[in-house]
Design a protein. Structure first.
Length: 755
């Protein structure tokens, strides 16, 4: 046989070392991400005493695939609806943290005399806290159900989203298009394609999956999902973005489908494999000589993250409306950097705009801050207590009162709601119309001209193409002009005052002008008519579109189908009882919230009723719902029984929920120390003349009750076993076959004197 390719040898080395190191890190209860980084360092050329990877280029390719699948999985966990429901508070917090930490990172880089691009990318890396590490820390410390942990995770989700945008912006800056106008153009380009891909994806992909549902088993669904991911990654690269950005967008589209949960489970092993290779490749770039040479910057950056997040992170959460204590818990929890910092560093290296030393420096900073994360989380409460003792009481009361008042809901004006809705509606349908026109002129029209060259110069040809284009975008133009004109806000403002009617008519006029502009552009591109004639054609076309009942029905049908696709995952969750109750966000007391707990399979609570457990008296909590399989049992009473794998929705304070969680996880059967003795054996036994079984039935013999054994049959001939009837009385010479544990069989044989 020929020699194995170097890629196979490298993968064998990487996965073997990574497996051993991650087992050690799992034993030490450390994040596996750090284990992969350490494994990468061990197989790198910088570690001379161990075997090292031969071909780093192939590993780099696999690492790029790993980044793509990591962001695809991140998109699967992301929901645009969740972001919209968060409100302004997490957005304010996230933007404040990113801005402050970026400025700190850039300032520290300038203090050490690093280049402009090094400083900019360093700022981006320091602004990204690690979702994986924080989630793991909360889980290990039993804090995941506490209220501040939910706030931190909301901000981390937004940070990950902004990190995607940041990567696109950093690419634009690195390519030299960092001017104000060009940067604004990049932002508009991101928004355009993001809205276009999301709207088209939500309209088409759930419909495709729904039609193909009967044909898709797990294997087919995995291949289709990864195919869609890679296709969107290629498309994203073609229009000037990174492949990771496209993978994230496709993940976020699939996150809104009914199949999302299944796709997440199927993609998880693929993501873990390629993600591990990516983080190993991160560790391979760590050079001990660079770490020693840049020891002072590493220490300075660690202190910058710890102190910066403690101060600016807490300040940002206070701006978002949290009390001083909750804000400090949140801010201290985010004092580390992780996977997105590595991805941003990889982007800088691939673009060739950052220095080689920056990558290992950032990895070292990430490792140190990760180890310090649990201590920073524990430090938050003592730091708050110390600060509370030193600050005047009126300052503390003012800060907490400010936080409470900022969270109180204030009713938005009808004008505000109406204009926001009209603006979003006009923007979305304008993007769809522009994209459709671009597709027609860039692809369809050239294809038809090549197919029918004899007609390409005739005026009727251009008229037909223009008419088809207008018909295709007509549902979008009608929705742009007419949608929200009969809404509750519009009618209320119209009836409220005659002064409102002129501005309302003006909003309609503006949208009509935008719609006419699209028709004008189509005419201008295909004909040489005068401007007046093209405007007239545009106005007539829009009037016909508005009056057309067929176009109206098409527009309504498309919008309803889009909303059905957008809500399909929520509908599925409601049907199966997985959706959290609506009152979750309406608990008025800041110290009271709702959390989910799963009953362990070996829980001592299983089989007991809620009255027997007496959870309310023991822990002060309320069990509001029990989720079992696909059923939800709301407001359970004392007679309801707890079963293994039940999900309990519990209401209480942080302290009450923490005590409840500890009891639920600790009150279990535990491991069986004599597992090996539980092996079941099958033995045959003959009823002798002196056996006490003679003349007794199965129940009278006590074989099952006293000796925990089971008679499985009575031997008849050499091959046949007959079932023993409960009324059958054993006779001398009967050969019975008994199943039981070794100790039970031995006890049965010795006491009953059977051979």
């Amino acid at each position: 046989m020929g020699e194995l390719p170097s890629l196979i040898k490298d993968l064998a080395l990487i996965l073997t070392v990574a497996g051993i190191v991650t087992l050690v890190f799992k034993k030490l209860k450390q994040p596996l991400v750090l284990g992969y980084v350490v494994a990468g360092f061990m197989v790198s050329p910088h570690m001379p005493y161990l075997a090292s990877v031969v071909d780093t280029k192939d590993i780099k390719t696999w690492a790029d695939i790993g980044v793509m699948f990591l962001l695809f999985s991140l998109g699967l966990d992301f929901s645009f609806k969740k972001i919209l429901k968060m409100g302004a508070s997490p957005v304010i917090t996230t933007v404040t943290i990113i801005f402050c930490m970026m400025m700190l990172g850039i300032s520290v880089g300038h203090l050490f005399g690093w280049s402009r691009m090094d400083c900019i990318f360093l700022g981006g890396m320091l602004a990204m806290s690690s979702t994986t590490i924080i989630y793991k820390a909360f889980d290990d410390m039993g804090l995941r159900q506490q209220q501040f942990a939910g706030l931190v995770m909301s901000v981390l989700i937004l940070e990950d989203i902004l990190a995607i945008v940041m990567m696109v912006m950093l690419s634009a800056i690195a390519s030299g298009s960092g001017g104000g106008g060009q940067l604004l153009s990049s932002v508009i380009k991101i928004a355009f394609f993001l809205v276009l891909w999301f709207v088209v994806g939500i309209f088409a992909i759930p419909l495709f999956l729904r039609r193909m549902r009967k044909l898709m088993n797990s294997e087919v669904l995995l291949i289709v999902s990864l195919g869609l991911c890679c296709a969107m990654a290629v498309l994203s690269s073609e229009v000037g973005f990174s492949s990771a950005f496209g993978a994230f967008v496709m993940g976020s589209i699939l996150a809104e489908t009914v199949e999302a949960e299944k796709i997440i489970r199927l993609v998880e092993p693929v993501k873990n494999l390629f993600g591990a290779i990516f983080f190993v490749s991160v560790g391979m770039l760590v050079d001990p000589d660079i770490l020693l040479r840049y020891a002072l910057p590493i220490v300075a950056l660690v202190l910058t993250i710890l102190v910066g997040q403690a101060i600016f992170g807490s300040f940002a959460f206070m701006l978002g409306g949290e009390s001083l204590k909750a804000a400090m818990k949140c801010g201290f929890s985010m004092a580390q950097i992780g996977e997105f910092s590595f991805i941003i560093a990889s982007l800088g290296l691939s673009l060739g705009v950052i220095s080689d030393f920056l990558y290992p420096v950032v990895v070292a900073v990430s490792v140190i801050t990760t180890f310090l994360t649990p201590y920073m989380i524990r430090l938050a409460t003592p730091a708050y207590n110390s600060l509370e003792r030193r600050l005047p009481n009126r300052w503390v009361r003012s800060l907490n009162h400010l936080a409470m008042s900022s969270q109180s809901s204030t009713g938005k004006s009808r004008w505000h709601r109406l204009l926001i809705a009209m603006g979003i509606n006009t923007l979305v349908y304008s993007i769809l119309s522009a994209a459709t026109i671009a597709m027609m002129f860039m692809f369809v029209l050239p294809f038809l001209e090549r197919l029918l060259p004899q007609w390409s110069e005739h005026w009727s040809w251009h008229a037909a193409v223009g008419l088809v284009t207008v018909v295709v975008i007509s549902p979008f133009l009608r929705a742009m002009v007419m949608k929200k004109n009969h809404s509750e806000e519009f009618r209320a403002l119209w009836d409220e005052s005659n002064l409102n009617r002129v501005p309302l008519l003006f909003t309609i006029l503006v949208r009509v002008i935008i719609a006419v502009a699209f028709v004008f552009y189509i005419c201008h591109h295909l004909t040489r008519f005068s401007n007046a004639l093209m405007i007239t054609i545009g106005v007539v076309a829009i009037l016909l579109i508005i009056l057309s009942r067929w176009i109206k029905n098409q527009s309504i049908h498309m919008e309803r189908l889009f909303m059905l696709n957008l809500r399909s995952r929520d509908i599925e969750a409601q049907v199966h009882g997985h959706k959290r109750p609506l009152y979750e966000g309406r608990l008025l007391d800041r110290d009271i919230h709702i959390a989910d707990f799963e009953v362990p399979a070996d829980s001592l609570w299983m089989g007991k009723t809620l009255r027997e457990l007496n959870l309310g008296r023991k822990f002060g909590i309320h069990v509001s719902s029990i989720l079992r399989g696909n059923r939800r049992y709301n407001i359970p009473d004392g007679h309801d029984i707890i079963f293994p794998a039940d999900r309990l929705q519990v209401i209480g304070s942080d302290e009450q929920l923490a005590a409840f969680r500890h009891a639920l996880e600790s009150e279990t059967l535990g491991d069986d120390d004599e597992l090996e003795k539980r092996e079941m054996r099958l033995r045959s036994m003959t009823i002798t003349a002196g056996s006490p079984f003679v003349g007794k039935t199965m129940q009278e013999s006590g074989i099952r009750d006293e000796y925990n054994c089971m008679v499985v049959g009575l031997e008849e001939g050499e091959e046949n076993l007959s079932q023993v009837s409960p009324t059958y009385r054993f006779q001398q010479g009967d050969i019975i076959w008994v199943v039981g544990e070794e100790e039970s069989l031995r006890s049965l044989i010795s006491v009953k004197q059977v051979l």
